[in-house]
Design a protein around this ligand. Structure first.
Ligand code: NAD
Ligand code: DAU
Length: 333
């Protein structure tokens, strides 16, 4: 591998991956390709700005010309670029289809024409839908519930079809809920930490007993790097944190760490079509030698400490546009 195109590299996982990749591969160059939507932020990459092996391109993955131009001298692609928030996909589904389906298609077409040597499509456990008992293996049928997960499933299936039909050397990684530094404060953990810092209510959906499997973002970066190097082409790999927790339990742990009262918890109306539980079987990636390395309490403590310290990062993100979104999302709950 000589030069990687990291689409969505200015987002949460993408920016953590860029840092990880520049360190892990001292000879590899990284081109970040990102539209800089509300969730993309160059401040996430400020510490690599002066690295001569890093370059930034602002453009849309659904636009053919800039995609081809940026991909032309790369030999590997990892696609993080997506609309990613389930709640927003319920309010505004259109962008999800354009980016997560048409954008992925545009990248696949370019990869096919340019003969890209390796392509990782970053996907999600949400494509399998909810599971009350047991855990999904990679061959399980897809059963997405939200416009977000349906769009991601569309991208995944297109990717796998490009591997089968055109021999594009790609693989798909489906990971569980990531958490850690640089996560935009609309998702459960950063929203609740930043609300608690301001002594604002933490809006817990429904009975708060939905289960998510938490994965520290650096552990996911390690898994994705390994898949870029050694994953088998044409395969799907589940990447889970082996850490299933109810949302109310995560919330209580946050409050305990921060020394804030449980009275900040506010039960609100549930998310439509809210998946009850996600769970993955991860033997395939474990067979390559990967496992999640960060215990949840350690990862959560590091994450909370990061948000406490980096108010300069998150406070500007809770701007008037965010407040407007917040009113729309939570105002009538
Ligand atoms: P994020 O919302 O923090 O970042 C997404 C990035 O993509 C942003 O920088 C944004 O500007 C960019 N982007 C959006 N539309 C674009 C477009 N049309 N063209 C170019 N760039 C565009 O997302 P994240 O949480 O870092 O997720 C990254 C990837 O991982 C996504 O594909 C997501 O589906 C997947 N994933 C996320 C999680 C999680 O828990 N966060 C878990 C499993 C899978
Ligand atoms: O499972 C992987 C997925 O995890 C990724 O594919 C998505 O991109 C990512 O956003 C995340 O989706 P979730 O819907 O699980 O994440 P979110 O942080 O939005 O919610 C986590 C859980 O917390 C979920 O059960 C809904 C609940 N929740 C969330 C918010 C924002 C609340 O109870 N209140 C809230 O305000």
């Amino acid at each position: 591998m000589r030069k990687i195109l990291v689409t969505g590299g200015a987002g949460f996982i993408g920016s953590n991956f860029v840092r990880y990749a520049l360190e892990r591969w001292p000879d590899v160059e990284v081109v970040v390709f990102d539209k800089l939507t509300y969730a993309g932020n160059l401040a996430n990459l400020s510490d690599v700005d002066d690295n001569p092996r890093y370059r930034f391109v602002q453009a849309d993955i659904a636009e053919e010309a800039p995609v081809r131009e940026a991909m032309a001298d790369c030999d590997a692609v990892i696609n993080f670029a997506a609309e990613t928030h389930v709640d927003r996909s319920i309010l505004f589904p259109r962008e999800f289809v354009f980016t997560d389906v048409v954008g992925t298609f545009t990248l696949l077409e370019a990869a096919r024409d340019l003969g890209i040597a390796r392509f990782v499509q970053v996907s999600t456990d949400e494509v399998y839908g909810s599971v009350e008992e047991g855990a999904f293996e990679e061959g399980a049928p897809l059963n997405p519930s939200s416009p977000y997960s349906a769009s991601k499933a569309g991208g995944d299936l297109l990717a796998l079809a490009y591997a089968k039909t055109f021999g594009v050397p790609l693989l798909v990684a489906r990971s569980s809920n990531n958490y850690g530094p640089y996560q935009y404060p609309e998702k459960l953990i950063p929203l609740f930490v930043t609300n608690a810092l301001d002594d604002q209510p933490l809006p817990l959906y429904g009975d708060g007993r939905q289960v998510r499997d938490w994965l520290y973002v650096e552990d996911n970066c390690a898994a994705l790097a390994l898949l870029l190097e050694a994953g088998e082409v044409g395969e799907v790999y589940n990447v889970g944190g082996d850490c299933e927790l109810e949302n109310v339990d995560v919330t209580r742990r946050i409050l305990r760490l921060m020394g804030k009262p449980e009275s900040l918890i506010q039960y609100v109306a549930d998310r439509p079509a809210h998946d009850r539980r996600y769970a993955l079987q991860c033997e395939r990636i474990r067979a390559l030698g990967w496992e999640p390395a960060t215990p949840f309490d350690e990862g959560l403590a590091k994450t909370v400490a990061w948000y406490v310290e980096r108010e300069d990062w998150w406070r500007p993100l809770k701007d008037p546009a965010f407040q407007e979104y917040y009113r729309q999302q939570y105002g009538e709950r």
